[in-house]
Structures are given as C-alpha cells and as structure tokens.
Ligand binder design. Sequence first.
Ligand code: 5GP
Length: 122
Amino acid sequence: MSETIFTKIINGEISADIVYEDELCLAFNDINPQAPVHFLVIPKKPVATINDITEADREVVGHLTFVAAKVAKEMGIDHEGYRTVMNCNEFGGQSVYHIHLHVLGGKLLGWPPYTDKPKNLE
Ligand code: 5GP
C-alpha cells in the first residue's frame, strides 16, 4: 500500500499532538476535531482498511480498543461516555487509508452519525 500521512506521523516526519504511544500503536488528537475530545488510535503497522485486517493483526486490532478506553479514562470522558468509530472505504467515510479508531467525546453525540441521505439509499 502507498504511504499515508499517518506513516509520516509514526516516523516523526510530521508532528502530531501525541497522547499515547507503545510498541504496537500510537494515539494523537485529530487535526480537525468533531467533538471536544477527538483522538485517533492507529496501529504502527500500516493496514489500509478494515477489509485488509488479517489473522496476524488480531492482537493489534484488539489493542486499539484497549488503548482507546485507557486514554478515554485518562481524559475523564469514560463516565459520561464516548464513541469509537472505524470508517471503511468511501461509503464509510474513510479518507486516510491506514486504519484508525476515532474516539469522540466530551459532548452528547447524535445518532445516526450522518446528516445527508446515505449514498446507498439514493
Ligand atoms: P477518516 O475520514 O479516514 O475516518 O479519518 C481521518 C481523520 O484523520 C480525519 O478525522 C482527519 O481530520 C484526520 N487527519 C488527517 N490528516 C491528519 C493529520 O495530518 N494530523 C492529524 N492529527 N489528523 C489528521
């Protein structure tokens, strides 16, 4: 797969507001936050989409959720609650092709998470 902006963040080639890092993953604040708290948890291994996850990625993919909850607790949004989202491909709204778990919180979030008529119902 071609290199994305997230690989550059992992390699330190471009800066990000990093909130957590370990050997498997990195978490950093979203550059265009959609809620008072909005950070992304990404694997250090580049995997383009959820569709590309293999058996070998099971540990790291589970780890993303573990880290999301850990950082959410540290940020104090665990009690009121928050949302985790992983978008996939065009209809899912994915724009960066390196899987990432969005963590959104700090306000009451709407549901469903779209305002326009979904493309598949046009
Ligand atoms: P997607 O649309 O693929 O689900 O989410 C990609 C997210 O990455 C978007 O919320 C976008 O704001 C964020 N993003 C894109 N480029 C950068 C960047 O260079 N730095 C940071 N911190 N976030 C980025």
